[in-house]
Design a protein around this ligand. Structure first.
Ligand code: SF4
Length: 67
């Protein structure tokens, strides 16, 4: 991956995080997957899942019953 940002997992355009595959930012398992939205909509599944979770409030803890 060229450009200004250097992924710490990338060495010689290959991803040490994902079986030394050619770096493809946003692919499954990528550090960036789910954190950013990509132009390639097929990479955004995790992003949208995360957004949906953020929009849904976590279920409240069951309140303690007074004795
Ligand atoms: S695929 Fe993702 S995690 Fe792997 S080197 Fe590229 S940017 Fe980094």
């Amino acid at each position: 991956m060229g450009g200004g940002w250097g992924c710490p997992h990338e060495v010689n355009d290959h991803c040490l995080k994902i079986n030394n595959l050619k770096c493809n930012p946003g692919m499954k398992g990528c550090e960036l997957a789910g954190r950013y939205r990509f132009a390639d909509e097929s990479k955004n599944t995790r992003y949208w899942e995360k957004k949906a979770r953020e929009a849904t409030p976590a279920p409240a803890e069951p309140s303690q019953k007074p004795d």
